[in-house]
Design a protein around this ligand. Structure first.
Ligand code: FAD
Ligand code: NAD
Length: 464
């Protein structure tokens, strides 16, 4: 039996774990990272990156199909585009290979030791790993749990056969003719829209009264409008209760009663659960917050010297939150004074059109007792949006009525994901409406709508 003793042991090489290990390595900390599957975690292998590749391919196919049908041609002539889904998945896998290989390279550059295999806790500071070359014991002064999350399974619709999770949906070699998506959240709408663009007949079943319930109705309206235009059927206030007797349809209960929806494939995307049990984690008896590991503002768990970061610690389950926690913990382990002081964690839904949000929505700001000013500028009045055939949507700013301090920024529109950096930066730096309104925004860009929204909140927008 081999034994390694190190200063820092990171369990899981997803965005949380690998960023933590790289930063620790940079700071000269003797670091080991253990990964049961592929470096890069959910995000790089079966999450963020593969889904965005599929979405981009679907958008490209859809745009060329529209041109072939004489719509939105911009004068371009295209004839009968088609897709080889296997080829698309192969292209996506190539991107994943490059990125996971890149993570290994970065870890090596930072002199982090990578151990491949599943870690099992013996105690808070010791794990055993079954590797290809035998059992490995690793003892560490400090441990970071970055084990991530898994898709939630519905008891009435266990995964298997035609019932799939996002992981399988991202590797289908043949396009399902009829796809039902259970859950109208991030994954359901991002992938549901992509499959509709690729050519599947898509139906979304959502339990609450609105798809994407985390956003307000104004932000979601352009997305639902586009879902209808695409022929995607949406059932809200509806719950999936199981498969039909023959097993070829989904039984749904909602305000319209009980009905059977025929399906070739059923994608269940009703959230993710933390990997906080198994691997001996339950024996550590760490404090929980619901199913998640409870952490403080330094990502410390209830056991001294044991930290937790990323999806295993709860919402929002986003890669950039995991990375920011990982970087912070590495610095704390190196003795630097750090605590979680972020003002916002931006979120983006890569739907058609995209939604981006940083800071507080108007309803959230009001619920906290703020009197707010809201300025909204539509892309119909933005030249760049017109040249890109993307006039649907708007940029919205939420600011304190008394001081003009910006509390929240949101947008819905095509490619607005790229505005997220400006949004977060404004909030982190404590911008006021005057700061955004007084900054020269290059022309012609969609970001001019940000400046105009700030001017509008102050009562003097220029282009509307
Ligand atoms: P993970 O990425 O889940 O990594 C955990 C790692 O730990 C895994 O590699 C796992 O194999 C390993 N592991 C677990 N247990 C052990 C053990 N006992 N021993 C060794 N290794 C272990 N987020 C965004 O911000 N933007 C997006 O666009 C986005 N799109 C997504 C699309 C989909 C389809 C999905 C499913 C998720 C998406 N997410 C997105 C969420 C994002 O993937 C996660 O928030 C992120 O991956 C969490 O990082 P993590 O490091 O906490 O965990
Ligand atoms: P989600 O929480 O975004 O959406 C789940 C949806 O399913 C909700 O709208 C919920 O009301 C609905 N639902 C729950 N039970 C249901 C039932 N029985 N029948 C019908 N509807 C039901 O979860 P997700 O889409 O599975 O994504 C998981 C997580 O992954 C997200 O919370 C997010 O953190 C992350 N993610 C992020 C991105 C991104 O950043 N662009 C993309 C994909 C995933």
């Amino acid at each position: 039996m081999k034994e390694i003793v190190c200063k820092l042991l990171v369990i899981g090489a997803g965005p949380g774990g690998y960023v933590c290990a790289i930063r620790a390595g940079q700071l000269g900390i003797d670091t080991v990272i253990v990964e049961a599957s592929r470096p890069g975690g959910t995000c790089l292998t079966v999450g963020c990156i593969p889904s965005k590749a599929l979405i981009h391919a679907a958008e490209t196919l859809d745009a060329t199909r529209q041109m072939a049908n004489g719509k939105n041609t911009m004068g371009i002539r295209v004839e009968a585009p088609s897709i080889d889904l296997s080829g698309t998945i192969g292209w996506k896998d190539g991107i994943v290979d490059r990125l996971t290989g890149g993570v290994v390279g970065l870890l090596q550059k930072a002199r982090v030791k990578i151990v491949s295999g599943r870690a099992r806790f013996r105690d808070g500071k010791t794990v055993e790993v079954e590797t290809e070359t035998g059992q490995q014991i690793i003892r560490a002064e400090t441990v970071v749990i970055a084990t991530g999350s898994d898709p939630v399974e519905l008891a009435a619709l266990p995964f298997g056969g035609r019932v799939i999770s996002s992981t399988e949906a991202l590797s289908l070699r043949e396009l399902p003719s009829k796809l039902i998506v259970v859950g109208g959240g991030y994954i359901g709408l991002e992938l549901g829209t992509a499959f509709a663009k690729l050519g599947s007949e898509v139906t979304v079943v959502e339990a609450t009264e609105q798809v994407l319930p985390i956003y307000d109705a104004d932000l979601v309206k352009p997305v639902t409008r586009r879902l209808v235009e695409r022929g995607i059927k949406v059932f809200t206030n509806a719950k999936a209760v199981g498969l039909s007797d023959k097993g070829d349809a989904l039984v749904v209960e909602g305000s319209g009663g009980r009905q059977e929806l025929p399906a070739e494939q059923i994608l269940v995307a009703v959230g993710r659960r933390p990997r906080s049990v198994g691997s001996g984690l339950e024996d550590l008896d760490l404090d929980r917050s619901g199913p998640y590991l409870r952490i403080d503002d330094r990502c410390r768990t209830s056991m001294r010297g044991v930290y937790a970061i990323g999806d295993v610690t709860g919402e929002p389950m986003l890669a950039h939150r995991a990375m920011a926690q990982g970087e912070m913990v590495a610095e704390i382990v190196a003795g630097r004074k750090r605590a979680w002081d972020k003002r916002c964690i931006p979120s983006i839904c890569f739907t058609d059109p995209e939604i981006v949000s940083a800071g507080l929505l108007p309803r959230e700001a009001r619920a906290l007792g703020y009197e707010v000013k809201v300025g909204q500028f539509p892309f119909t009045a933005n030249g760049r949006a017109m040249t890109m055939q993307g006039e649907d949507g708007f940029v919205r700013v939420v600011a304190r009525a008394d001081t003009n301090l910006v509390l929240g920024l949101q947008a819905v529109g095509s490619v607005v994901s790229e505005l997220s950096a400006a949004f977060s930066m404004a909030i982190e730096m404590g911008a006021r409406l005057e700061d955004i309104g007084g900054t020269i925004h290059a022309h012609p860009t969609r970001s001019e709508a940000l400046q105009e929204a700030a001017l509008k909140a102050m009562g003097h927008a220029l282009h509307i």
